[in-house]
Write a protein that binds this ligand. Structure first.
Ligand SMILES: C=C(O[C@@H]1C=C(C(=O)O)C=C[C@H]1O)C(=O)O
Length: 367
């Protein structure tokens, strides 16, 4: 095929793709409209939006119908997104995240909710908790722990101030870029980022940008936004922020350790049902006497429950008194878990169940 012919053929094929895309768009919208009608019936009959049996049958039917080249994984992935959107339209959800757009919390929120819902940015973590408490948002997404830097203390402290449930957990890989308008290292005089990201890259910064002044921002995307206005500012942020704020990468993967991952929590007022693979998070304060923590944890050991995490934070009410944040295996409706929590309560000054929720399964968010 000569150049002219192949260009002609390419145009013809792309026109076909455009026609198919128009049909797909129209079909997706038709499906969503039908979903809305199904939603109205469910509301009248008082039935639940989610119908897992119907969803499973629907996917199985498509697998049987399929003649390729699409594989099962692709079909599951594509239809999962469409089904999530169909569920969402029956009962729209509002989700608060740490703004501005393209922060890691935003990315985690989008991935967790499969881009379905109304995503609203908040200027800080406190506002996320407050929006959910005031019923302005159904859910909030907050970072709680990073594999390099450890606990996000601010989030833990907010659990003491608000009575909200943990409804889910989400793990999101985090890889940082140094970003600026020009993408030239010699233009950089200041480095902006969230304290967690700065800490995750501190050795790299010391080695490569010892001369730069460091400034903390409320989020990595806020740093990117500020960098998009001044070529002497470089932001440590993710690829999504680079894209959104039209920044160039000076260097990628600048975190001090690879495999960097952040655990996020979805907070809300819902209480997830047991799934058989759950975690329960509690917080409690022990009295300031020798052996208090040991006594409080003994029931966990006796019940042979797996302890998944233990963190401590000052209560801020009295010096040297602490809140302990404990994650254990199982759901609070499991008798063994409920009895253990009752026992811990007896050795605690106060105890709050933060929630029982399914253990994160990566596949659930891919498929
Ligand atoms: C549309 C419905 O509601 C939900 C969405 C489904 C879908 O997108 O096909 C299927 C089952 C339900 O979880 C339904 O019940 O048919």
């Amino acid at each position: 095929m000569n150049e002219k012919n192949s260009e002609h053929e390419l145009n013809r094929l792309r026109n076909q793709i455009d026609t198919i895309d128009s049909q797909l768009l129209s079909l997706i919208n038709q499906r969503l409209e039908i979903g809305q009608k199904v939603g109205t019936i469910k509301k009248q009959t008082g039935s639940q939006i989610l119908d897992r049996t119907r969803e499973r049958k629907l996917i199985e039917r498509l697998f049987k119908l399929n003649r390729g080249p699409a594989g099962k994984d692709l079909l599951r992935y594509v239809f999962n997104v469409i089904i999530t959107a169909t569920r969402e339209i029956q009962k729209p959800k509002t989700i608060s995240f740490l703004g501005p757009e393209a922060s890691y919390t935003h990315v985690a929120a989008l991935t967790h909710f499969k881009h379905s819902g109304k995503f609203v940015e908040q200027p800080n973590l406190y506002e996320i908790f407050r929006e959910v408490e005031k019923n302005q948002s159904h859910f909030g997404v907050v970072p709680v722990e990073n594999s390099i830097e450890g606990a996000v203390n601010h989030t833990l402290d907010l659990f003491a101030d608000f009575d909200l449930n943990i409804c889910a957990e989400h793990y999101e890989p985090v890889s940082h870029d140094l970003l600026s308008i020009t993408g030239e290292a010699e233009d950089v005089q200041k480095i902006y980022s969230h304290p967690q990201a700065l800490a995750q890259c501190k050795t790299w910064i010391k080695k490569k940008f010892a001369h730069a002044e460091i400034f903390e921002t409320t989020s990595t995307s806020k740093a990117a936004l500020l960098a998009s206005d001044d070529k002497t500012i470089a932001a440590i942020a993710g690829k999504q922020a680079a894209h959104l704020y039209e920044l160039q990468s000076i260097e990628s993967k600048i975190e001090d350790y690879s495999g960097n991952i952040t655990r996020f929590l979805v907070i809300g007022k819902e209480m997830p049902e047991p799934t058989g693979q759950d975690k329960t998070s509690i917080m409690f304060a022990t009295s300031h006497v020798p052996g208090a923590l040991f006594k409080a944890l003994e029931p966990v050991n006796r019940a042979q429950l797996n302890m998944l995490k233990l963190e401590s934070r000052p209560t801020r009410h009295h010096n040297w008194s602490y809140y302990f944040f404990l994650d254990i295996e199982g759901h609070k409706l499991d008798k063994r878990v409920a009895d253990t929590i009752e026992e811990i309560k007896q050795y605690s000054l106060s105890l709050k169940i933060l929630g029982s929720y399914p253990v994160f399964a990566k596949e659930a968010h891919e498929a």
